[in-house]
Design a protein around this ligand. Structure first.
Ligand SMILES: Cc1cc2nc3c(=O)[nH]c(=O)nc-3n(C[C@H](O)[C@H](O)[C@H](O)COP(=O)(O)O)c2cc1C
Length: 194
């Protein structure tokens, strides 16, 4: 069944990347709800490598601030929550429960290149599912790659197997502050059916 227009608008057609934020709190319970939708999106061999660190307190925000590109500081400081979408390089430790039909862990142990590719590819997908799940829950998003991944990993994930992928500011945007929508490529520019 095709979704109705109102739903398509909320998820895609009217959803925007927000940079100005209302001073309205995002409850932790809503972040959990968003994750519980996003986790249902498909990943290769159900490997689920995405990990998320939600930066919510002003103390945590101050730790993130110097690691951001200058153009991302103001919007990130104003956002009620910033999610660090990360991946676990040792995601394969959970494969026994997540994909029990075969010994999937053995595909990755000792194969750093394949593990890295799988973790990055699938956590990027899961981050995209997270954006759509957040929109489905009535939140606005502001994804960002303009930050120092190495420094973020050092600051927040030192001595762990987590690595940062990208950031998402989360909250309730200020539509009046949005710039005009940028163009999108049309089907014939990007797709071939053979
Ligand atoms: C992975 C990713 C990284 C992005 N990085 C930044 C960023 O560092 N700073 C920024 O201002 N916008 C960033 N953006 C926002 C994009 O420019 C924006 O989503 C795009 O222009 C579409 O805007 P719209 O959703 O309002 O149509 C990023 C978006 C994505 C998905």
């Amino acid at each position: 069944m095709k979704l109705n227009v109102q739903t398509l608008n909320q998820l895609f057609l009217e959803a925007r990347t927000h940079k100005a934020w209302q001073a309205k709190e995002v409850p932790d319970s809503l972040l959990k709800e968003v994750y519980d939708l996003a986790k249902m999106g498909p990943t290769s061999a159900n490997c689920l490598p995405m990990r998320i660190l939600f930066i919510k307190s002003s103390l945590a925000k101050e730790r993130l601030k110097p690691l951001l590109d200058a153009g991302n500081v103001e919007k990130t400081m104003a956002a009620p929550v910033t999610a660090i979408i990360a991946y676990d390089l040792q995601f394969y430790e959970r494969m026994g429960e997540l994909y029990p039909m075969v010994d999937a862990k053995s595909w990755f142990v000792g194969n750093e290149k394949f593990s890295q590719k799988t973790a990055f590819q699938n956590s990027s997908l899961q981050g995209a599912y997270f954006i759509l799940a957040a929109r489905a829950c009535g939140l606005d998003c502001g994804p960002m790659s303009g930050f120092d991944n190495t420094k973020v990993d050092e600051e927040f994930f030192k001595n762990t197997s987590w690595r940062s992928n990208f950031l998402i500011n989360l909250g309730y945007g200020v539509p009046e502050k949005l710039p005009p929508r940028l163009p999108r490529l049309v089907f014939d520019d990007v797709a071939k059916i053979i």
